[in-house]
Design a binder for this molecule. Structure first.
Ligand code: CA2
Length: 168
């Protein structure tokens, strides 16, 4: 899914700041509830990297791809929704691991529907080989792509995909 509307140019690679300097497209990386515990519990499911490690990896990859990374985690649905709203007309793309809200939140789906750029949904674990309730995602229908079961490397694949889509 490409960008639409008059802000398309402003959000793409050729974007310029007020003084004509080139500005890297912003990608907002969002993490849902309990992901603050990453690397501290259940390493057999979610691995040993902490969320701070994931953020550092994303910032490094953002540097390579010339993307400006904004990275957030919250256990509160409304905060994730506010960050999605804040990305509108400003960010080129969203990478989101909605965590348990994946399977419950029409509100996050509605917020994402109001975002015009590409959205990539990431799950660290392979949700398809876990409990049946994890197979349904409210978010997948609005996502340009879904990555599951690649561990925290999935975030980096998602950034690479957004860079590709923004450059199209
Ligand atoms: O695999 C994923 O990334 C999930 O989005 C993670 C969610 C889960 O509800 C989804 O079905 C799949 C859970 C995130 C909780 O993260 C923790 C990490 C370490 C220890 C405890 C929880």
């Amino acid at each position: 899914m490409g960008l639409r509307g008059p802000l398309r140019g402003a959000l793409r690679r050729e974007a310029r700041g007020l003084r004509g300097e080139s500005v890297n497209p912003i990608v907002v990386v969002l993490n849902g509830p309990n992901l603050n515990l990453l690397g501290k519990r259940e390493p057999e499911i979610y691995g040993r990297e902490t969320l701070a490690d994931v953020e550092a990896d994303c910032r490094r990859m953002g540097g390579e791809l010339k993307l400006s990374i904004e990275f957030h985690q919250s256990n509160r649905e409304y905060e994730l929704i506010d960050w999605i709203h804040g990305a509108r007309d400003r960010a080129a793309g969203i990478v989101i691991n909605p965590a348990a809200f994946t399977h419950t939140s029409v509100a996050i789906l509605d917020a994402l529907n109001a975002f015009e750029g590409p959205i990539i949904e990431v799950h660290i674990s392979n949700v398809h080989k876990r409990e049946p309730f994890r197979r349904h995602s409210y978010v997948s229908g609005v996502a340009a792509g879904v990555i599951a079961g690649c561990g925290t490397q999935g975030y980096l694949f998602a950034l690479q995909r957004i860079a590709q889509l923004v450059a199209l």
